[in-house]
Design a protein around this ligand. Structure first.
Ligand code: TRP
Length: 438
């Protein structure tokens, strides 16, 4: 449940729709599904069983298996770095969500045209003070939860919240189906146009699959260390992977009909959810209730993921520097807040005004693609090599099938980990860097 809570977050609700939109839908989504199923889910099993066998966190698992000085530790640290980077901008998005809770309570959409409602997001993103304020509030709440160790309480709440979110999603999806643009949206999502294939978007799809499953950074190693020998790792991984896919597709099926019906643009980037959904909410009876609850649930799913992100970084700092928990939490929270400032201000000209001109994308997108397009796939690559080639395969097999009724999947799984995952990641990375040109 905790692993599912960390996996299902803003990645599915906020990131998947806009990245799929930017990459033309159809084929991109197909590649995403392929990556999730054949690379993501096997790696998910690999991380869980690594963690369960070592009973340690990301860095400790490598030293447990390969000795204190092993270079594989670096893979663990790379994952910690990814978590930190994700946290820095995750909090900005969640902060925008908090702002939308307040705006929903004030019924900001009343008497406004769809264009005006969408445009509110630009106003928000270009208001440095307001964006920073919510970024700070969200980071403070997350740190507060980790600091006071009330994570357990949060997880109980998160079950209720996640179920409510699903119910709300299904309801909204039902409404989206009645919109004129639904047919076009279905075509956009499910019709693969092979002429549009670019290796760059394949890498993007792989990175997105890793991001939404929280893979490639050793997070699931930590969750694996909480699992009992009788727990079924294979089944759990399939269930979480399937949930992730279903929620992603539901989010897309809810959002794209609105885009096509009200003529919004597909290339809107990170603001897509905020721009598009309120247009739908405004048309519904009970708009106040629906839009407020949606954004409350949005913030809550973000919080459960954010707590996990801060915890990983904190736990490893405690391990390394022997800090106490409170100090580590505060330092991580403050550092992630500071590092997130340029992301929060990426749509104003206040800080790093020339960043976009110099590096081709704004600060927010730079960090996001550094993580999702490079660090997570690389992390996944090394994890696959480690589990597939370095560790003793008999031990790996025993750990994987322990407690599972799906032990026959060992062979296909081992093939995916040894060959499919590393070759796919490598091919896409080499292609992206221009070293090979298929
Ligand atoms: N999977 C999360 C989401 O979809 C994002 C995420 C990536 C994450 N890595 C993580 C969450 C590590 C918690 C811990 O939003």
């Amino acid at each position: 449940m905790a692993a599912a809570g960390s996996a299902i977050g803003l990645g599915t609700l906020w990131k998947f729709p806009y990245v799929a939109g930017q990459n033309g839908g159809g084929l991109f989504i197909l590649i995403y599904l392929f990556c999730t199923f054949f690379i993501g889910i096997p790696l998910f099993m690999a991380e869980l069983s690594l963690g369960r066998s070592a009973q340690r966190g990301a860095v400790g698992t490598f030293t447990h298996h390969s000795g204190a000085g092993t270079p594989w530790r670096i893979v663990g640290w790379m994952g910690v770095a990814s978590s930190f980077l994700i946290m820095s901008y995750y909090s900005v998005i969640a902060g925008w969500g908090m702002n939308y809770v307040l705006m929903s309570l004030n019924q900001f959409y009343v008497g406004r045209t769809p264009e005006e409602i969408s445009g509110t997001f630009d106003l928000l993103a270009s208001s440095p003070d307001i964006t920073l304020f919510w970024h700070l509030v969200f980071m403070a709440v997350t740190v507060g939860v980790v600091y006071n160790g009330i994570r357990k309480g949060i997880e109980q709440w998160s079950r209720i919240m996640t179920s409510s979110l699903l119910v709300l999603l299904v309801g909204l999806l039902g409404y989206s189906m009645t919109l004129d643009g639904f047919g076009e949206a279905v075509r956009f999502i499910f019709y693969p146009d092979f002429a549009e294939f670019t290796p760059a978007s394949a890498l993007e799809a792989l990175g997105l699959a890793f991001f939404t499953l929280s893979l490639g950074q050793g997070i699931m190693i930590t969750y694996g260390s909480y699992m009992r020998p009788e727990d079924d790792i294979i089944k759990t991984s399939f269930i979480i992977g399937a949930m992730d896919i279903v929620v992603s597709l539901m989010a897309a099926l809810m959002i794209f009909p609105i885009v096509f019906t009200f003529g919004a643009e597909l290339q809107q980037g990170p603001g897509l959810v905020f721009r598009v959904l309120p247009v739908l909410f405004a048309k519904l009876p009970g708009a106040l209730m629906i839009s407020t609850s949606f954004f409350v649930l949005f913030v809550f799913t973000a919080l459960t993921s954010a707590v996990a992100l801060v915890e990983v970084v904190t736990a490893n700092l405690i391990d390394l520097f022997g800090w106490n928990r409170k100090k580590a939490t505060l330092v991580v929270g403050a550092a992630a807040f500071l590092f997130g400032i340029p992301s929060a201000l990426s749509q104003c000209d206040l800080l790093f005004g020339n960043w976009t001109v110099l590096y081709g994308r704004n600060f927010f997108d730079t960090i996001d693609s550094l993580v999702a397009v490079w660090l997570l796939p690389l992390g996944g690559f090394f994890l696959a090599i480690y589990v597939g080639w370095i560790l003793d395969s008999e031990k790996v097999r025993k750990e994987l099938v322990q407690g599972s009724t799906l032990g026959w999947l060992w062979r296909p799984w081992h093939f995916a980990i040894r060959w499919l995952a590393p070759v796919a990641v490598l091919a896409i990375l080499l292609q992206k860097t221009g070293i090979i040109n298929l």
